[in-house]
Design a protein around this ligand. Sequence first.
Ligand code: PGA
Length: 236
Amino acid sequence: MAAPIIVANWKMNKTVKEAVSFAKEFKALVRDAKAKIVICPPFTALYALCDELKGSNVSLGAQDMFFEEKGAFTGEVSGLMVKELCKYVIIGHSERRMYFKETNKLLNKKLKAALANDLIPIYCVGENLNEMQADKSKMVVEKQIKEGLKGIDAKKVIVAYEPIRAIGTGKTATADIAEEMHSFIKSFVGNVPVLYGGSVKPENVKELMKEKDIDGALVGGASLEAGSFGKIIEEA
Ligand code: PGA
């Protein structure tokens, strides 16, 4: 099996100072890790982390980017800017879809712009609780995959499946439910890495990683502390 890809999504957490102090402790902890490790801090901490993590086995990713290259788009950050500091970029996290009304169509543009800048996009998909209860999980995820990846070579993308009910709630999807969705996703995208996200912790990561089609994890809350994120990597 290929090495698992373990991605930290810090969301809107950590000042530059906090991020650097995390990185100092963390890089020593994971020096011998086999997993591919990616940290996605807020934009403000990217430059300092790029410096701090130089020469280590930890890569950097952004949490979002805009599809235009430059111009009058106040507050936005482009792929051209992100690629100076990062190898990866998260696109379409459910919080962006929910709070900032990002649609599959918009995300398709962001994905194309990320690829045009040689970034590896981590494209997030996943149903919400209502959709799950209405038995529409697969329908929703299929639409997110088909519309989001329209006209895109899926082989260049990492997909992250995050059932929204599991994000930050402690209610991880069971490994077999996740596995079923991961194999469903691969029926569209082929053999690309599909990460699982939603309350991944040191205690449940091993169970999830045993599944054939779970190729890594996207970790929010449990990635904010070097010890717990290090433990997740060790267990994975
Ligand atoms: P969580 O977040 O690990 O805190 O549930 C995961 C995510 O939203 O990427």
